[in-house]
Design a protein around this ligand. Structure first.
Ligand code: NDP
Length: 446
């Protein structure tokens, strides 16, 4: 066996890369990781973590308004964006530091530099060329920005956590996760939000009824949706930005946020020097062991464009480390991955949607509970929650659960265990309700 500087060189210290580096080192491998920006990656630095903290912050708007129905007189309230922003960024710093310490504690050498591949077993970091028995590419993805005139006036989720103030008028391009989450956040902070999308489908892939419910509630709250609108350009005006689009009048805004998907970070990484093949979206093609077309080079996380979710990248990193260095061959099971949209109200989902189940299974049963949460009733809010259970009519197994309503992601995570375990609807029916809760609806649908 040739003598390499490291057993493993990881490029990218995000969720997948960090897990792979730490676990491989714990298995006894000599590991280095290169990170050109900050340890933690998209999720920690400019994704899930700061976003969720803003979602918590945004919730206070309605909670404070509702408080009087619960007997609390709250004086005049004001919102200080900069205080929230700085607290969130401090928390991001804390987690990034903790990630760095975890790597150091496992004797993983960290290069705070960009690394590029120079061959199947070699990497250039800064001025140095180092060798490694295996290379793991975990460089993630970046926001896609449509190439319309004036696109440089817009921002992406990379910049949104650093704004100086909450803009009065926000235009969001796209209707996926980021668009719907930030529509809720900005709306609760008092901005007027317009969301524009090229089709009339929001949150493609989610259950149709659940998506319709979000659209209905968000519209009722005052978020404007414009559909079948292709971005034509952004112009600077005397008091902000003017966005033109097909099929609609232009919209004036103070901030334009592009939330139109993410593209794998595979450019200028030297992948061609090792014969690593990419797919038509520029993602690294990998097999079930996350191995690329070059036997010594592997890839995990968003750069492979399998499922762009942090917990999936972490599983892929863990499986890679266990298989390659832990003598424990492991493959990721991509079935029944729960997901959530932290919109306002949030959505949680696992398994097949109603239309997918009908297509794949033929005969299915659909149970729904459409209810007004107790808290909303007392607060005088008309918003209704919607839960759906889809079962295979032949086996009675629950093949999908879809929910929109307060705390839906918190409830869904536990319910996802039942779907993953292949439990039947009878098992749900046999479980006694936990009353009074919203989650009890899951065992009361008949
Ligand atoms: P999504 O894929 O969720 O949504 C992209 C949106 O932009 C869709 O409405 C899509 O329309 C539209 N779009 C795509 N390409 C273009 C284009 N060229 N021009 C105009 N519109 C376009 O991407 P996001 O950017 O919201 O998020 C990226 C990924 O990050 C998500 O897929 C998700 O995996 C992850 N994420 C997960 C979160 C969570 O788990 N809560 C939160 C945030 C992000 P169409 O439907 O027609 O394709």
């Amino acid at each position: 066996m040739p003598d390499f500087d490291y057993d493993l060189f990881v490029i990218g210290a995000g969720s997948g890369g960090t897990r792979a580096a730490r676990v491989s080192a714990a298995h006894g491998a000599r590991v280095a990781v290169a990170e050109e920006y900050r340890v933690g990656g998209t999720c920690v630095i400019r994704g899930c973590v700061p976003k969720k903290l803003l979602v918590y912050g945004a919730h206070f708007a309605e909670d404070l308004a509702d408080a009087r129905h619960f007997g609390w007189d709250v004086g005049e309230t004001t919102f200080d964006w900069q205080r929230l922003r700085d607290n969130v960024l401090r928390e991001v710093d804390r987690i990034s530091t903790a990630y760095t310490e975890t790597l150091s504690n496992h004797d993983v050498e960290i290069f705070h530099e960009r690394a590029t591949i120079t061959g199947p077993n070699s990497v250039r970091v800064g001025e140095r060329e180092v060798t490694a028995g295996k290379i793991l590419v975990a460089v993630g993805a970046r926001p896609h920005v449509p190439s319309c005139p004036g696109h440089e006036h817009g921002i992406t989720s990379n910049e949104v956590f650093h704004l100086d103030a909450v803009p009065k008028r926000v235009l969001i391009a796209g209707a996926g996760y980021i668009a719907n989450e930030f529509a809720g956040i900005f709306h609760q902070f008092g901005a007027h939000v317009t969301l524009i999308n090229r089709t009339d489908v929001i949150l493609r892939g989610y259950d149709e009824q659940i998506r319709d419910r979000l659209l209905q509630i968000a519209t009722m709250k005052g978020i404007d949706f414009r559909f079948h609108a292709d971005f034509e350009g952004i112009e600077k005006t005397a008091d902000g930005l003017r966005v033109s689009m097909s099929a609609h009048d232009p919209v004036d805004a103070d901030l334009v946020l592009f939330a139109t998907g993410r593209v794998p970070n595979t450019e200028d990484l030297g992948l061609d020097s090792a014969g690593v093949e990419l797919d038509d979206k520029g993602a690294i093609k990998v097999d079930e062991d996350s191995r690329s077309s070059c036997a010594s080079i592997f890839a995990v996380g968003d750069v492979t464009n399998r499922v762009q979710l942090t917990p999936v990248a972490i599983r892929e990193g863990q499986a890679f480390a266990d298989t390659q260095f832990g003598d424990k061959p492991t493959r990721v099971d991509y079935g029944c991955i729960p997901s959530a949209v932290f919109s306002h109200p949030p959505i949680g989902a696992v398994g097949m949607t109603e239309s997918e189940a009908k297509q794949k299974l033929g005969s299915v049963r659909v149970y729904t509970s459409d209810f007004r949460p107790m808290k909303n009733v007392l607060a005088g809010r008309t918003e209704r929650a919607l839960y759906k259970i889809i079962t295979d009519e032949v086996t009675n197994k629950v093949v999908g659960i879809h929910m929109i309503g307060p705390d839906a992601p918190e409830i869904l995570q536990a319910a996802a265990i039942a779907v993953k375990a292949g439990l039947t609807k009878q098992a749900f029916d046999d479980t006694i309700a936990l009353h009074p809760s919203m989650a009890e609806e899951l065992v009361l649908m008949r």
